[in-house]
Unconditional design. Structure first.
Length: 255
């Protein structure tokens, strides 16, 4: 009887080889899949990093752009302000030029008026009562020395001083001692144009201002009245009413 050999080892070998081949193929696919997953994960990580970097860069660029916008806004504001300042400066300069021109014109007019007033006043000053001339000798000298082109203030101050004091004297009685015709006399000036005098030797008279100067006339008949007025002015007698004639139309030689 022939022995039949078992086929199990052979089948096992075939199955082992077949399964081994199958397992090798699956393992290759798994390895390839793992490699693919690893690459995908790495790509995802790179993409995430790039996205994060872009977000950071975008935020930085946004901030920088905002700063540029603010700088442009400030520059526009400065340019606008500079334009306004330039206009205001031009307007101010124009006003100053107008004011300067007006001041120069006013100075020229004042200089001309002062020169004219000086020409009119100095001849009149020579006819002021002697006490007033003595009182005003400084401003009179200042006005006489002033000329066109000089500083206005000294000339104006001198002119105003003369006019102010002359106006005061015009409204009051002034008493003075003078020498007339070689004798000392007591003179009472009533304002700027009338006067009465009294001498120690009994003489008396009146004076009036004329176009040619003071004219004096002897009036011994007025000795008592003039003496009474002088006594009242010096408070040597009680106040009383004394009537004195206003000089005018008198004729005769100067005394």
């Amino acid at each position: 009887m022939k022995r039949i050999k078992s086929s199990a080892p052979i089948l096992s070998l075939i199955l082992g080889v077949g399964l081994g081949g199958m397992l090798s193929a699956e393992e290759a696919e798994v390895a390839e899949l793992r490699e693919t997953i690893a690459q995908w994960a790495e790509a995802e990580e790179l993409i995430s990093e790039e996205k994060a970097a872009w977000q950071a860069k975008k935020a930085s660029m946004t901030q920088l752009l905002e700063l540029y916008r603010e700088e442009l806004a400030l520059l526009d504001e400065e340019l606008s302000t500079a334009g306004q300042s330039s206009v205001e400066l031009d307007e101010k300069q124009q006003r100053l030029q107008q004011e300067t021109a007006a001041m120069r014109h006013a100075r020229a007019e004042t200089t001309a008026a002062l020169a004219q007033a000086k020409a009119l006043l100095l001849p009149l000053v020579e006819k002021f009562p002697k006490p007033l001339q003595d009182e005003l000798h400084e401003p009179i000298d200042q006005l006489a020395a002033w000329k066109s082109g000089d500083e206005l203030r000294p000339g104006l101050q001198a002119l105003l001083s003369i006019l102010d004091q002359a106006n005061r004297v015009a409204r009051r009685v002034t008493q003075a001692r003078e020498v007339r015709d070689g004798r000392e006399v007591e003179v009472i000036y009533a304002g700027l144009s009338h006067a009465y005098y009294l001498s120690r030797d009994g003489g008396a008279g009146v004076g009036e201002l004329t176009a040619s100067g003071w004219r004096w006339q002897e009036r011994k008949d007025m000795h008592g009245k003039i003496k009474s007025v002088i006594a009242q002015l010096e408070e040597r007698s009680p106040p009383g009413l004394v009537t004195l004639p206003v000089p005018g139309g008198t004729r005769g030689g100067s005394k």
